[in-house]
Design a protein. Structure first.
Length: 159
């Protein structure tokens, strides 16, 4: 889903995960969990800083798998470094954070707000990621695939 009416788009993805909202929310608060489920397929993560509280910061690197010549990093040849700030943490309901992309290329640089909403449904928990102000250099097809991959990883991690 995209909204390009204001120049930068909003992307979102949803998945029902067979786990409780509490289990999913806890996966957002643990840096060791983040590096296991947050990086999309073909990437690995490394956390440098992680303070899961309103106003708290995080800094991480997402590195593309060696040998994947089709994808290039935005910060270096094979890495995306992102810094973020947690804006809101509503226990077992929602995590909102601001992601700041570091890149010399302005089409990849900038701030994107990510809202992770969690709500109980029959059979598990509905998890929705909404990304506002997506940098224009991130192709929608790639971002959609990455969001779906992250949701799949989260499901595998908590189920």
């Amino acid at each position: 889903m995209a909204d390009v009416s204001v120049g930068r788009r909003t992307d979102s993805a949803t998945r029902v995960i067979a786990a409780s909202p509490q289990a999913i929310y806890q996966a957002f608060l643990d840096p060791e969990a983040w590096v296991k489920w947050l990086p999309p397929e073909g990437m690995t993560g490394h956390i440098y800083e992680f303070e899961p509280r309103a106003g708290g910061a995080y800094r991480m690197a997402l590195t593309y798998s060696k040998g994947d010549q089709s994808t290039r990093g935005k910060t270096s040849e094979d890495t995306d470094v992102v810094e973020g700030r947690f804006l809101e943490l509503a226990r077992d309901e929602q995590v909102v954070h601001l992601v700041m992309f570091k890149s010399d290329d302005p089409v990849f640089a900038g701030e994107m707000k990510m809202r992770w909403s969690v709500s109980p449904v029959p059979g598990g928990t509905k998890v929705t990621i909404t990304c506002e102000n997506v940098p224009e250099g991130i192709r929608q097809e790639d971002h959609d695939a990455g969001l779906q991959s992250t949701l799949k990883n989260l499901a595998i991690f908590v189920e």
